[in-house]
Design a binder for this molecule. Structure first.
Ligand SMILES: Nc1ncnc2c1ncn2[C@@H]1O[C@H](COP(=O)(O)OP(=O)(O)OP(=O)(O)O)[C@@H](O)[C@H]1O
Length: 375
């Protein structure tokens, strides 16, 4: 299966720039996800690879074959790219059986009828639906229809699979099952896959690597672990998983490189960071709710840092408790296995569990709302 390279991709719609200098390489056999909020340019990027959109600038090659090169005037039409596509709407023909739906792309490619039978059977077999080839789409569940759409994209052995939110029409439970099934299938087939989603959990669960997009730019490319544990920018930390952003002022450094000490609403804490930050700089500390431990004041627990806070609200959410606490003028969310804490509490965390950003961060809406509601 081929590698996909995208170089300096740009797209404008009527003077409105929606992709800006996007560059990335998808490795052979990789499950690569474009993740970001609605309107950030994920589908436009995918459609440029598919040939459904013509980029304003840039070059795309698949397996070394140029699909697009605006500088050289190259644009390969979609039907010559041999890519498999599945969209959010499965776009199955309702008046045709499943077998007939799968035959369509083969007819276009002038595959002989006898060979078609084997290919259709094999493709339906891959998605576990070989028995249902004579049914019509309305005789299948949503999950089965989604599998048929995938089989139709696989039936002509595409070089790359392009999937645009293919699971978003399924209900939550079915979606989780389909996710596990899709990952297994992609691994078995070893097909290079580009996946578009705005669902960060789905991206983390499915992908070998994720590209996080914002406003037409790619702001980080990395493995799910890298994206979650070492978000390159506060925007990534805010979009992937939940994150608290605390403002603080640097009061000094411990040691040559790591260990920045800072004042967070009156408490001095230490955060590991290799950023070059000077004393008195205003910084933002990002910390995940599950990386904070909430304890009664002066309660003992391991962890280097202690913030003095007060519980605003707490709720039991089945597997754990969620606390919203106030730290000076800042709101902080914490997940804990301990329930029933009220009033003054301490938040404890390890210096390696927080990330330091040199810029002041615009608070995510949930954190701003928390303070407004509880003040
Ligand atoms: N054909 C078009 N004409 C004009 N503007 C467009 C067109 N297609 C997309 N856009 C705009 O380009 C921007 C990026 O759209 P795109 O569909 O790539 O975003 P997305 O990240 O896939 O969002 P979503 O998850 O909502 O599909 C949006 O602001 C959108 O309105």
């Amino acid at each position: 299966m081929p590698e996909v390279t995208v170089r300096n991709l740009a797209k404008t719609f009527g003077g409105n720039s929606v992709l800006r200098d996007v560059t990335f390489t998808i490795r052979d056999g990789e499950f690569f996800t474009l993740l970001g909020a609605s309107g950030c340019g994920k589908s436009t990027t995918l459609n440029c690879i598919a040939g459904l959109e013509q980029p304003t600038e840039g070059a795309i090659t698949v397996g070394g074959r140029p699909f697009v090169d605006t500088a050289a005037g190259v644009f390969l039409p979609p039907e010559e790219r041999n890519l498999g596509m599945v969209f959010q709407s499965y776009a199955l023909w309702p008046h045709m059986t499943i077998a007939k739906n799968l035959a369509l792309p083969l007819n276009i490619r002038k595959v002989p009828k006898e060979k078609q039978k084997t290919l259709i059977h094999d493709a339906l077999d891959k998605v576990g639906l070989a028995e249902l080839s004579g049914r019509y789409p309305h005789q299948l569940s949503g999950g089965q229809q989604q599998r048929v759409a995938l089989a139709r994209a696989l039936v002509y052995s595409p070089t790359v699979l392009l999937l645009d939110e293919p699971l978003s029409n399924l209900d939550a439970k079915l979606r989780e099952q389909a996710r596990a099934w899709l990952k297994r299938l992609q691994e078995e087939l070893g097909i290079t896959t580009v996946y578009v989603t705005h669902d960060q959990e789905e991206a983390l669960a499915l992908s070998d690597r994720i590209a996080v997009m914002e406003g037409g730019n790619m702001i980080q490319i990395g493995t799910p672990h890298e994206i979650y544990e070492r978000p390159a920018a506060p925007e990534v930390a805010a979009f992937v998983g939940r994150c608290n952003f605390l403002t603080g002022k640097v009061v000094g450094h411990d040691g040559m490189r790591y260990g920045v000490r800072l004042d967070c609403s009156g408490d001095v804490v230490q955060v590991d960071s290799d950023r070059n930050i000077a004393a008195d700089d205003s910084v933002t500390v990002a910390i995940r709710p599950e990386r904070l431990e909430v304890v009664p004041p002066s309660g003992t627990v391991s962890g280097g840092n202690r913030l003095h806070t007060e519980v605003m609200t707490s709720s039991y959410v089945g597997s754990r408790y969620e606390y919203d606490v106030r730290l000076g003028g800042q709101a902080v969310q914490v997940l804990s296995s301990h329930g029933g804490l009220t009033g003054r509490v301490d938040l404890v965390f390890d210096p390696g569990q927080a990330l330091l950003y040199a810029d002041k961060v615009e608070l995510p809406e949930e954190q701003r709302d928390l303070l407004t509601v509880n003040s």
